[in-house]
Write a protein that binds this ligand. Structure first.
Ligand SMILES: Nc1ncnc2c1ncn2[C@@H]1O[C@H](COP(=O)(O)OP(=O)(O)O)[C@@H](O)[C@H]1O
Ligand SMILES: [Mg+2]
Length: 249
């Protein structure tokens, strides 16, 4: 009888540290392209000798030019959103990093299998604490595209956000479905997090962001945090920019 080849015992990453290791070191095998995406957004398997998962890979070369964001900067905005999300401790953004991929440098993000039983249209209207934190996060990063398909509820109540390619403009561009708390006082927890975030933006985090964003974009992020702390309230639609993403889902 011939001997069975050793089958590698691949397992999914147990936590964000392992996910980051997998995203950094893993070999990417592309499987398909998201057809509803506006940029070249590819999905593939990523594996090391030990870990395996699915990932999203958006090569910089596949970014569609936009009138209001400089070319070739969307991947860096996605990484920046991840760094801010980690600094809040809210883990809104799944592990995301910039690396070389099959079509050159791009952003690689852990694929998240959300709870498919959730009716998103109803969910996004809920007074859900995770959505409320996401609304604060979006105000900080100036998210111009928080549509329903960019919100991924998990079975355990956690809610992930994806697609942060058009964040961090120096112009106010907040476009979101999450206006439910507009004008309402920020929670004590949000105020505490924003206070800490403000300090970090003036220090190491600001420097890290500057690897991907302009000085002006980092400065405006600090200002948005300062403004949230000054008013102590969730922002309201400015009236100068469409406040709702289109299409909404
Ligand atoms: N990390 C992820 N996990 C699960 N689904 C994702 C992830 N990233 C994107 N998606 C899904 O793929 C779709 C297209 O990706 P998206 O990031 O919106 O691309 P684009 O920047 O081209 O609009 C999203 O609307 C979402 O449904
Ligand atoms: Mg999208």
């Amino acid at each position: 009888m011939s001997e069975q080849p050793a089958v590698p015992d691949l397992r999914p990453p147990a936590d964000d540290t392992e996910a980051t290791r997998l995203l950094t070191e893993g070999v990417i095998d592309l499987e398909g392209r998201m057809l509803d995406a506006s940029n070249v957004t590819l999905v593939g398997a990523i594996r090391t000798a030990e870990l395996a998962a699915e990932c999203v890979y958006k090569p910089v070369a596949g970014e569609r030019p936009l009138w209001d964001f400089p070319d070739g900067t969307l991947a860096g905005r996605e990484i920046s959103a991840y760094l801010v999300s980690e600094a809040t401790g809210w883990h809104v953004v799944p592990p995301t990093l910039l690396r070389e991929g099959p079509f050159g440098p791009g952003m690689v993000q852990l694929w998240i299998d959300g709870d498919e039983d959730v009716d998103l249209a109803a969910f996004v209207r809920r007074d859900d604490p995770a959505l409320r934190r996401m609304a604060v996060f979006d105000a900080v990063v100036n998210n111009a595209d928080r549509k329903g398909g960019h919100i991924i509820p998990m079975p355990d109540g956690h809610v992930y956000g994806v697609d942060h390619g058009i964040c961090f403009s120096v112009e106010p561009k907040l476009r979101t479905l999450l206006w439910r708390w507009a004008g309402k006082p920020l929670t004590a927890e949000a105020l505490e997090v924003l206070d800490r975030l403000g300090d970090e933006l003036r220090g190491d985090l600001g420097e890290q962001l500057h690897e991907h964003l302009t000085r002006a974009e980092v400065r405006c992020t600090q200002r948005r945090v300062a403004e949230l702390l000054r008013t102590g309230r969730h922002p309201e639609p400015s009236g100068e920019w469409p406040a709702l993403p289109w299409p909404p889902f």
